[in-house]
Design a protein around this ligand. Sequence first.
Ligand code: ADP
Ligand code: MG
Length: 259
Amino acid sequence: MADEQVDVAQVDVAALESWIRRFAAEVAEHRDYLTQLDSPIGDADHGANLNRGMTVVLAALAEPASTTAAALFKRVGMTLVSNVGGASGPLYGTLFLRMATAAGDVESLDGRALAKVLRGGLDGIVARGKAEAGDKTMFDALAPAVDALDAALADHRPLSEALKAAATAAETGRDATTPMLARKGRASYLGERSIGHQDPGATSMALLIGAAAATLGNTSSTNAPSNHTPPTNTPPTNTPPTNTPPTNTPPTNTPSDQD
Ligand code: ADP
Ligand code: MG
């Protein structure tokens, strides 16, 4: 009973924006770590690169809010392409631009549509950078995440769980880059010496998917009225204490104060 209510979850544009904000916060928090990872097998700029781009993205989000998923992702992608250099700028930019194309002019995405959007982004990274599995790149975190998301949704698991599975797969994929020999990007110049180091791009990609799990997993009622009807076994109106904070539950991860 009540076993097929899994595809009702809808992710609206505000939720997608909170995902982007969360990713920006994660990149800022882990900026130095990402740059350190890029030191032995790169040029020690990945954290700085991405953080610069995401800082401009945050400023771009403060402009009139995007009303469709495509517009939001396009804004993010264009901003990254024009503000982040190196390999990761065009790659992350392409990821978001292809996500925009895959999303289309919609105001919300269900789980399947979200998976399709991420798959489109992954295809964009491949088209741009020609990475394959095992090349020790951001692909190695994103591809298993998208596969895990698809598998969990095909298994009729709720979006929140499916995104958690995707985040776990991204982390596993990230960790699996350590013993790999790099075949793309700067790290590939090191040959055998690239072995034993975690890939910075796979690490930031795991942050992106983790941010999705943290922000998009519980948005099944973002398109519903703010007082989502509680289950019948929940006592409805016993909330008189004056010192109780108001119960309009603004998600902690949505600082969307400029709407
Ligand atoms: P750069 O290497 O130009 O300094 P960054 O340091 O910002 O750029 O990003 C490095 C990351 O980019 C790598 O850790 C890797 O994950 C990713 N990367 C590099 N080349 C490719 C490629 N061809 N396809 C996918 N990802 C790549
Ligand atoms: Mg670098």
